[in-house]
Each structure stands twice: as structure tokens, then as C-alpha cells.
Design a binder for this molecule. Structure first.
Ligand code: IFM
Length: 474
């Protein structure tokens, strides 16, 4: 499929290897609701979503898809789909409400029930420790100037995160198959502290680079704690939203723009985590913002703690050219050198281009650059303007085409030697899509947010068949 043609060729039979993991993914703040129940305290997203003008329609995650109260129903849905794995995230403020210190037994109980329910259903639990819901207490800088505060701009937060990882490993280490430290630290750092479209909504390039470093540090510290506490069979991983960057032309200027985005979008995480170093060109590009003296001796070695797999979240590629970005920009150091060009082809309801080649490109790049590191597509999917028709059906042929094309791209990467172990469809349920609130539907299960009624979309039935057959095609 090319970017100009969203209809995949559905006639070819593509089988995936035996043991390939077929999953769906969600995140705590996007589905759980029960924001003030059983001892949970606010996260930065509770605060941000309550700030006028930050989230479309003033939506919050207070109720979301009410998953906290509908756990059994949602596990039953997954059983119906036949997924082998379920990727969910744990809300830090539910289990360690103040970010550090006392553990909330009721919060832990919820995740115990979830994990036990999955295991009873034969579904492998894949837990993410951080999907952006930082306890507010760790972000707020108190008047007394106490040690807490500053969120990811402060290294203390990385140590608090490692403690929380230890709490979860002690509570569920015997039952969770894969532990992912962080989901998409790029978004947490650069959307949260750079252009401020995500919580906590700060717009400060230096803060975003500090946050990126402290997230790398937090990952490494937590990976070490997890290793020490988990059984040998448990896997430790990290999920990155790597950018499939393409230069608009072969001109040296456009190619340099692509290099800059690759540095601050991809290698800022890949190099510390897999090579224990910062990209030299990134340090050069950001010299006007920082000398990186907040990186202390030993931090990069800590970030490079060995992990068992790398998760990749992919939705669409980025096309860049020499120019300047809008202000405030999340692209620290590249703001005045790079402009983003619309990629050709059809678009999803997010206005993101549909282009499965970008996923293939990322997977074969990682095959070459990280030999020996198993890869997992931990998120892939699309938002469309779905609705239940009068007979109660939700027809979403564009999503089926999108998913088909991206699974075919994964298959092509496998055939070309990429060690891809699994695919997690984003998302199981329609949910709170961050700054877009409930206006964007990524689920393969439709949620009527007024009644919380769940309805399988056509894409859910299609995915169940794919799983049952072990691949695409009749
Ligand atoms: O909904 C998000 C998810 O939380 C992180 N990855 C991208 C998804 C779609 O925007």
C-alpha cells in the first residue's frame, strides 16, 4: 500500500509466527475513571484537564470509560476477542497517592483483581508503570520549597518512580509477565514541558530537556529495581513513540531537518537507553538552551540498564523540511530549523496521515541498529468518527483497512528479519484522548459515554478473526 492508497490488498494470506502475541492496549487515566475513589489522589492530568481551555469541551478523566467499575465486563470483552495479551497502565496516584510514602492497599487491590481476572481468562498481563499520570504532589512546588515538586524537571522524581516500581514488583511481580517502565517519554517531556499541550502544561525548552533526561534516568533506576525483585521469567521493557522521519527532499537542508528531529525525537531516548550516551549532535543542537550539566556522573550508565524488549508505538510518519516551527514548539533546539509538512494521502479523524510504510521503516531500522533486541508494537490504531447505527452496529471500514495495512507492514518487517514478537492494537475501548477529550474514538469497542454501554465495532470482530487465524487473509 502506498500513502496515496488506503485500501490494502486483502487477498494475500499472511500468517504470523507461532507464539506471536496478539494484544490490545489501554492506559489508566484514559479508561479507569473513579478519579477520587478508594484513596486515589489527583495526577497532573486531573489538574490539567480541570484547567479551562486545556482539554476540548472541558472533558476530564473523572469517569472516562468507567473501567474501574466494569473490570469484569471489560475482561470478558477481551476473552471474546481472543487476545493473548493485554497492555494496561497502573495509575501511580492510585497506589502511592502522594507519589512517595504510604502505599494505598485499595489501589493495589484493583490491579490485583485486574491481573487475576486476566490470568483466569488466559490473558497475559503486560503492565506499564507510567502512562503520564504523575501524582500532582510531585509536580507542585510547595511554598516551603520542600524536596518534592518540579515533576520530571527534577531528578528526585526519578528516584520516587523507582520506589513506586519496587512497590508494584513486590505486589504483582509473581503474576505480571512483562513490565514496561515508561510509555512514550517523548510525549511526557516535550508535550508536557515543551509546548504544553499535555499536562503539566509548561512551555519551557530547558524544562523539556531536563524532563527527558530524568525520564531516561527513571527508566534505568526502575529497570534495576524490577530486575532485583522480579522472577527471572518476567520481562522488563520500555515503550517509545519513535518518529518515522522523512526529509521532504534530498537537499542538505531538508536532510539536516530530518536529522534534528531524529536526534530530539528518537535518539534522545535510544542512545542513553541502549548505548549509555547522549547523541553528540543533540548536545550541539541544544547548546543555546543548556550545557546538559544536569546529567550527573553515572546517569547514562544507569539509563542503559539491560532490558528484554523495546516497545514501539506507531501511528503515522513525519515529513520535515528546513524552516521554522510554530511557537511554542516541542522540538527543543530544532524550533528555528525545522518545519513540518503535511504528508500525502488519506487521514484519520486525528488528521494523521495513513502510511503503514512508516511502521515498516522503523522496524527494519531497529533490526539494524539494535540487533538482538526483541521488538513489540505496543500501540497502533486509528481514530475515526464512529457511531452506533439504529440497529446498534458500528461500522468502521477505514479502521479495518488501517489495521490491515499496518499488520501487513509488520509481517513484511518480520519477513525481512525484524524480530517482532507481538502487536497491541490501540485501543480496546473508546476513551479519553488527552487534549482531545472524548471527541476522538480509537477503540475497537464503542463506548457510549452517557450509558457506558460497550458495543463491538466491526473492527473488533475483524481483529478476533485475525487472532483466531494467526494472521491476515482467508
Ligand atoms: O491515546 C494515545 C496513547 O495514550 C498514547 N499513544 C498515542 C495514543 C493516541 O494518541
Amino acid at each position: 500500500m502506498t500513502a496515496l492508497d488506503a485500501r490494502p490488498d486483502t487477498s494475500t494470506v499472511l500468517r504470523f509466527p507461532q507464539g506471536f502475541r496478539w494484544g490490545t492496549a489501554t492506559a489508566a487515566y484514559q479508561i479507569e475513571g473513579a478519579a477520587a475513589e478508594d484513596g486515589r489522589t489527583p495526577s497532573v492530568w486531573d489538574t490539567f484537564s480541570r484547567t479551562p481551555g486545556k482539554v476540548r469541551n472541558g472533558d476530564t478523566g473523572d469517569i472516562a470509560a468507567d473501567h474501574y467499575h466494569r473490570l469484569d465486563e471489560d475482561i470478558a470483552l477481551m476473552r471474546r476477542l481472543g487476545v493473548t495479551d493485554y497492555r494496561f497502565s497502573i495509575a501511580w496516584p492510585r497506589v502511592v497517592p502522594t507519589g512517595s510514602g504510604p502505599v494505598n492497599a485499595k489501589g493495589l487491590d484493583f490491579y490485583r483483581r485486574l491481573v487475576d481476572g486476566l490470568l483466569e481468562s488466559g490473558i497475559r498481563p503486560v503492565a506499564t508503570l507510567y502512562h503520564w499520570d504523575l501524582p500532582q504532589e510531585l509536580e507542585t512546588v510547595s511554598d516551603s520549597g520542600s524536596a518534592a515538586g518540579g515533576g520530571w524537571t527534577e531528578r528526585e522524581t526519578a528516584y520516587r518512580f523507582a520506589e513506586y516500581a519496587g512497590v508494584m514488583a513486590d505486589a504483582l511481580g509473581d503474576r505480571v509477565a512483562t513490565w514496561t517502565t515508561l510509555n512514550e517519554p517523548w510525549c511526557a517531556a516535550f508535550l508536557g514541558y515543551g509546548n504544553g499541550v499535555h499536562a503539566p502544561g509548561r512551555t519551557d525548552a530547558l524544562a523539556s530537556l531536563r524532563a527527558a533526561h530524568h525520564l531516561n534516568l527513571a527508566h534505568g533506576l526502575a529497570a534495576r529495581v524490577l530486575r532485583g525483585a522480579l522472577p527471572a521469567s518476567a520481562e522488563v521493557s520500555l515503550t517509545l513513540n519513535l518518529h518515522a522521519v522523512r526529509a521532504l527532499s534530498e537537499s542538505p537542508e531538508d536532510r539536516d531537518a530530518a536529522r534534528r528531529i531524529d536526534a530530539v525525537g528518537n535518539r534522545i531516548f535510544l542512545d542513553p537507553v541502549f548505548h549509555g550516551r547522549l547523541p553528540e549532535d543533540l548536545v550541539r543542537d541544544t547548546a543555546g538552551i543548556t550545557d546538559w550539566s544536569f546529567v550527573e556522573d553515572g546517569d547514562l550508565a544507569t539509563a542503559a540498564a539491560p532490558i528484554d524488549s523495546l516497545g514501539i508505538n506507531y501511528y503515522s510518519p513525519a515529513v520535515v523540511a528546513a524552516g521554522a516551527s510554530e511557537s511554542p514548539s516541542p522540538w527543543a533546539g530544532a524550533e528555528r530549523h525545522v518545519r513540518f509538512e503535511p504528508a500525502p494521502g488519506p487521514r484519520t479523524a486525528m488528521d494523521w496521515p495513513v502510511d503503514a510504510d512508516g511502521l515498516y521503516e522503523l522496524l527494519v531500522r531497529l533490526r539494524d541498529e539494535l540487533p538482538g533486541v526483541p521488538l513489540v508494537v505496543t500501540e497502533n490504531g486509528a481514530a475515526y468518527d464512529d457511531y452506533a447505527d439504529p440497529s446498534g452496529n458500528v461500522k468502521d471500514p477505514e479502521r479495518v483497512d488501517y489495521l490491515h495495512a499496518h499488520l501487513a507492514a509488520v509481517h513484511r518487517a518480520l519477513a525481512d528479519g525484524a524480530d517482532v514478537r507481538g502487536y497491541f492494537l490501540w485501543s480496546l475501548l473508546d476513551n479519553f484522548e488527552w487534549a482531545y477529550g472524548y471527541s476522538k474514538r480509537f477503540g475497537i469497542v464503542h463506548v457510549d459515554f452517557a450509558t457506558q454501554r460497550r458495543t463491538l465495532k466491526d473492527s473488533a470482530r475483524w481483529y478476533a478473526e485475525v487472532i483466531a487465524r494467526g494472521g491476515l487473509g482467508a
